[in-house]
Design a protein around this ligand. Sequence first.
Ligand code: B16
Ligand code: MG
Length: 220
Amino acid sequence: MRKAGFIFDLDGVIVDTAKYHYLAWRKLANELGFEFTKEQNEMFKGVSRKRCLEILLDIGGVTATTEQFNRWLVEKNEDYLSYIEKMDESEILPDVNRVLSYLKSKDIPISLGSASKNAIPILEKVKLTDYFDTVVDGNHVTKAKPDPEVFLIAAKQLGVLAHNCVVFEDAIAGIEAANNANMVSIGIGDVQVLTEADYVFNNFTEMDASFLDRLIGKVN
Ligand code: B16
Ligand code: MG
């Protein structure tokens, strides 16, 4: 069995698609007659599409039949996909390419571990598919973060043990999922928010090669 494995969340770690999710959810909220703020959108990070709609309807005090609920899910996703369609490499977050290629140069297996059901088209749009040995996304899991399922499947597919994995995550639920999987958790974002992470960086520009070497040494 190989030793170290590295797992990357997608939205908020590799690309900033939260802004597109926000526009699509806001459009639906407005159509249903209420406002949806950027602050409220923070609650949606790392959360499944279905759970996001449940929260949105709670915010608006809207009740839905199953048929309406499913139609709104489709509507929101179609709108979101219209933004994804226009994405390119310029939307990759700073220094993500550097970190991915550094890990590849060290022969470290890499997986995606995302709640999104649109992960593969997004990776293709930004031309990062080739870095990933495996992709585990919202189509492969039955339990949402903070359940560790997504990361445990990723470890299995990489052929590494859970405690030999490092996870990069921007959401509180994602950090909890990594911790629940007994993996090293690296928060990408605000240290005041990602308090449960083993390490926190604002973004990858702050993460140098010596830190990555130490991480590899820690899980190897
Ligand atoms: P989709 P991640 C998550 O992706 C997003 O953070 C979250 O806001 C979104 O609702 C979820 O994916 C589902 O996305 O509607 O594309 O299936 O951060 O786990 O990569
Ligand atoms: Mg995320």
